[in-house]
Design a protein around this ligand. Sequence first.
Ligand SMILES: NC(=O)C1=CN([C@@H]2O[C@H](COP(=O)(O)OP(=O)(O)OC[C@H]3O[C@@H](n4cnc5c(N)ncnc54)[C@H](OP(=O)(O)O)[C@@H]3O)[C@@H](O)[C@H]2O)[C@@H](O)CC1
Ligand SMILES: Nc1ncnc2c1ncn2[C@@H]1O[C@H](COP(=O)(O)OP(=O)(O)O)[C@@H](O)[C@H]1O
Length: 580
Amino acid sequence: MEQAWFTEGHDSFGLMKQAAWQMAQHIEQLYEQKYLNTQSSMSTSMYRSDTSQRKASIWVGRGNNGGDGWLIAYYLRQAGWQVTVITVGFETQNFDINHTAEVSNTAHPMTDATKALQVALAARCDYQRFEDSNSCPNDSLGIALSADVYIDALFGIGFDRAPEGVYEQVIRRFNDAVQQNNALAIAVDIPSGLVADTGEVFDRLAIQADITLCLIARKFGLHTKDGMDYSGGIIDIPLIPFQKVFDQAASDKNDGQDVNQANVPVAMLLKTAHRLTARRQNSYKGSYGHVLVIGGNRVDQSQGMGGAAILSAASTMATGAGKITVACHERFHGALLTSLPDAMTLNLHDTDGVEALIKEASVIAIGMGLGRDEKAKALFISYINAAIAEKKPLVIDADGLYHLASLSRDNHELITQLRDYSVDYPVRLTPHSGEAATLLDKNISEVESDRLATIKQCAATYGGDWVLKGAGSLVLEQQSKGAQIYVCGVGNAGMATAGMGDVLSGVIAGLLAQQDLTSDMRSLHQAVMIHGLAGDTLVNQMRRADSDNNALLIGQRGLQAQDMPAAIRHVMQLGVDVYN
Ligand SMILES: NC(=O)C1=CN([C@@H]2O[C@H](COP(=O)(O)OP(=O)(O)OC[C@H]3O[C@@H](n4cnc5c(N)ncnc54)[C@H](OP(=O)(O)O)[C@@H]3O)[C@@H](O)[C@H]2O)[C@@H](O)CC1
Ligand SMILES: Nc1ncnc2c1ncn2[C@@H]1O[C@H](COP(=O)(O)OP(=O)(O)O)[C@@H](O)[C@H]1O
């Protein structure tokens, strides 16, 4: 977007000044919010109405992100603040004042970052080199470090590798200074240490921001993997009026129209779900589909995984599917019917019975607790073959993905058949990072270091629509004009408990079965959003009453997959994101 703006003839330094000016205004507002509009008497006692008493410590690196920092220093100083710029990676001669800062010198054009430094120095902004901190008598850097607001302009979207040496030290020192001064930490564009394209943080070392002022467009890495743990609240500063062009391109692409791919965002951030439409009065259970859940096996007398199939079935019902049959190990039929009397049961190992039911069912969800032994693999192959023959939509999760990976290693013909089938019929696959690693024959760390590349590779290898689960789940939906990728902007770490994935597979199958819903409402991204919002609904209810009507505090820890069905129904009625 930035390049397109410059191509239209706009000046890059002008954009940097605009960015810094808007950020300085936000910083003043954020200062007021922290120190004035607060319940904490400690914070209000630190509030300084006289701007000349307010202190900002602005940490800058050598790139354009640092350029933003120099200009923020300039604007805050103009507003009367005491500013100190802490530099890293600069030599002392970099601070020589050049009085032609704003004039372009064609022989040696000045970079925007250097122009910004020159503007700040000409306005007499104080600065200190971080590298001099060890040689400073009486820790003069320590004194310079004491501030109300700390601005991180060390690295922006150019950060791409683990910080070492002085860069490692500077990030640690910034975080320590913020903590010691109980101050506000504001990151420019993206917290330094977080990779913008992937959400990766190396060795858990990144600026811990309270607020990130995100320039131009949301960075993918703010919303997946480590991003959410470091960015704090995000404030968008759009700067250039291109958002409409990009929104239009995305919607045209969704409608199957030709678009300039350069205008299509890498991914769409989702925070809401569609509210599901009301049912027709004149309808019956057959109007809402029949889901067959295949899983819940018991291998070699082990305790087995009946719960996986039960959780999946319960959430299928919660989404409103008309009928459900669970093909699980006979040992679990009693448990299943106790918790879910609405379900019908079938013996997982009765291949004739299951294949006959595949003919009847409208959606097949397979793999949750299916088992990984050879017998389970043979069942998987038979049931997938039957589903393909009967042209039934498929949801494949957990052990089903394990078998798929193993079949891929064997060059089994089912892989090609499934890929071809997925061109015309819905096939939805839902790995977490570990399962994706097995499917692609990679290490988990390779998968985690680039989740976007991973989900694309999964789709290219196996076909179908995908969810790559985890913090900031990714969704890939195949469309006639190429894949559309979504980032799930809801959900929480309370959902990191066993069985939550089984619940998701149930939501996907349950929505898919309901033909009365629009395609958007039955879509994979809709299922992921309902699942995430249901998890948020459960943990954000601050209080819940016990049987004696005493208020109980609820939080992330202790959230259970079995709590989800009621919340799923709640979200489907509400549709919108009310918590984020
Ligand atoms: N007018 C404009 O263009 C506008 C730009 N804007 C701003 O620009 C920002 C992007 O700027 P940028 O591209 O200069 O990247 P940035 O992150 O500042 O620095 C890259 C430098 O860091 C270095 N480096 C990287 N990793 C490292 C590591 N681990 N350890 C050590 N060094 C490391 C890297 O070194 P190199 O790889 O070259 O060796 C390079 O020198 C963007 O986020 C936004 O804030 C806005 O103002 C809008 C207008
Ligand atoms: N930190 C988190 N933030 C958001 N969602 C999460 C988080 N941890 C887990 N989840 C969600 O919970 C589900 C867990 O799925 P999975 O790991 O397959 O569980 P299981 O295999 O035990 O059923 C996924 O949908 C995942 O995206």
